[in-house]
Write a protein that binds this ligand. Structure first.
Ligand code: HEC
Ligand code: HEC
Ligand code: HEC
Length: 434
């Protein structure tokens, strides 16, 4: 609990120091041009809306702005932050949402993080990333949003502690963390790489989960995409080093982002939602560009996937116990040799979840199971049961260390407290009725 407290103190002090500047308006660094003060015509809105639908999918607006089972675009999704709960708002064109917003107001909300009336938005809305969106794409998005059905749903109340309920303090946060300008295309790099950077950073906002944050929750750009912890789960390193470690090639990464499935396993937890609501709707050219950017290549050629991992040594007693557990509980679905069963379950041999630095995602899957998930092209995976009640921490340590070593090539370093801490997050979440 120390981290949020330090952050709280830091933000309060920083906030107080900058309050004067805020009220003097000196921190206003808009990237929105005066061109968007001119309203779009009805004809322009009609023409732009179909492209806006694609932008909305690539930027994953729906997933956050629609509560599960709730009215489309009417908001209500809760986000746990170290400072309390924030809810995504209604962005349908009703009076409770963005009904009556001007084109310019929409641009400022998306790229500056400021809603009409100078109301600062919380960075749970990823405007830090959307700041890089092009004017044309934001116009298209505006056209698409204003042509959705209006939903008369009131916004949920946030549960933020003082001083985080004071929106003006966000001007200080923006001063510290919001880039003053937007990245221009890099003339030294190919069009493919530049498009990939735009799709990954501005639209896909991968860094919002995969880049670590500092004490005041700003993204540490010096460690961009090197991995971070999101709601107790590791969003792994997706730099070229991290992707290669998980066994991805550019081609298999593009396949994974487009379908949620590849030889490296299936998309799970928050990553399933990213694929389901967003990246699977991207066209092949954008998926390829994203893969080129993430592997830092100007062009992609046919290449062999990285070599399968070399098994790491494990103690004989661990192997004996783990093999028994695996044969009894897992082999029926994942195959006796970890080879998987087509259309039923994914292979374990070479699975990315066995090769990441942290085993938390793997342990979470074993404890809590995974829901049945449907993937594009009619592919479907059955549900996986959770084994929290069948396996104690010691048994899961053995199983995890053995599987990671045997099929992921990772040194067996998982300890009982690693499993216990994942188990603890499950209990509190279930107790909270989630
Ligand atoms: C990761 C979740 C997330 C994603 C993705 C996201 N939003 Fe948001 N958005 C939020 C949250 C949370 C708020 C409320 C912030 C606040 O209350 O300060 C918000 C607020 C807004 C607002 C301000 C509405 C108001 O009246 O306060 C607009 C407009 C908006 N989002 C549009 C979008 C669009 C368009 C996209 C896609 C390009 C998008 N959002 C993607 C979480 C998200
Ligand atoms: C909402 C947070 C979030 C966003 C946004 C996000 N990811 Fe992830 N990602 C995760 C988490 C969490 C995991 C680990 C999943 C697990 O362990 O079950 C993950 C896993 C992955 C993996 C490893 C494969 C796997 O399933 O373990 C890749 C590759 C990946 N993400 C790429 C991306 C790319 C590219 C983007 C941007 C288009 C992106 N992610 C956006 C949270 C996110
Ligand atoms: C009833 C069948 C079933 C059993 C039994 C089962 N699994 Fe699974 N498992 C699945 C399915 C299906 C998936 C893919 C889920 C999805 O993507 O929707 C999966 C996914 C996983 C994943 C995530 C892999 C990835 O690609 O992200 C891990 C890790 C895992 N299983 C480990 C185990 C272990 C360890 C056991 C034994 C303790 C086990 N499973 C038992 C069906 C099963």
């Amino acid at each position: 609990m120390r981290k949020p407290l330090i952050a709280l103190a830091g933000l309060a002090v920083g906030g107080a120091a900058l309050a004067g500047l805020v009220f003097s308006g000196a921190l206003n660094r808009s990237v929105v041009s005066s061109k968007v003060e001119t309203p779009l015509t009805a004809e322009q809105i009609k023409q732009l809306a179909p492209h806006g639908a694609k932008v909305a999918a690539a930027a994953d607006c729906y997933a956050c702005h629609t509560a599960r089972g709730g009215a489309p675009w009417a908001g209500g999704m809760p986000f746990e932050t170290p400072f309390g709960v924030i809810h995504a708002t209604n962005i349908s064109p009703s009076p409770e949402g963005i009904g009556g917003w001007s084109r310019a107001a929409f641009h400022r909300a998306l790229r500056d993080g400021i809603a009409p009336g100078g109301r600062h938005l919380y960075p749970a809305m990823p405007y830090t990333s959307y700041r890089g969106m092009s004017e044309g794409d934001v116009d298209a998005l505006f056209a698409y949003m204003t042509t959705r059905a209006p939903m008369p749903v009131a916004n949920a109340k946030n549960g933020l502690a003082f001083p985080f309920d004071q929106r003006w303090t966000l001007a200080a946060w923006n001063f510290l963390h919001l880039p003053a300008s937007v990245a221009e295309p890099d003339p030294e790099r190919s069009a493919l790489w530049n498009r990939g950077r735009y799709v990954t950073e501005a639209l896909g906002h991968c860094g919002e989960c995969h880049t670590p944050r500092d004490l005041t929750q700003g993204l540490r750009q010096s460690q961009a995409l090197t991995g971070a912890v999101i709601e107790g789960l590791e969003a792994p390193d997706i730099t070229p080093t991290g992707l290669t470690r998980m066994g991805f090639s550019p081609a298999s990464l593009a396949t994974f982002m487009g379908s949620g499935l590849s030889a490296q396993g299936s998309a799970t937890h928050q990553m399933f939602d990213v694929v389901h609501f967003s990246t699977r709707h991207m066209d092949r050219a954008d998926l390829t560009a994203m893969a080129a950017y993430l592997f830092d290549r100007d062009a992609l050629a046919e290449e062999a996937p990285p070599a399968p991992p070399t098994p790491a040594p494990v103690a004989a007693d661990v192997t004996a116990r783990a093999e028994k557990t695996y044969a009894g509980l897992c082999a029926g679905c994942h195959g006796a040799k970890g080879e998987g069963i087509p259309h039923v379950s994914v292979p374990m041999r070479g699975n990315a979840s066995l090769r990441t630095a942290s085993a938390s995602g793997f342990v979470r899957a074993v404890l809590a199971g995974l829901p049945a998930q449907s993937f594009p092209n009619g592919e479907r995976m059955e549900a996986m049961p959770g084994f929290a009640a069948d396996l104690d921490d010691a048994a899961i340590v053995d199983l995890t260390n053995w599987m990671r070593a045997e099929w992921g090539g990772q040194a067996p370093t998982v300890r009982a407290q690693d499993v216990a801490s994942v188990r603890a997050t499950l209990t509190t979440r279930h107790a909270a009725g989630e």
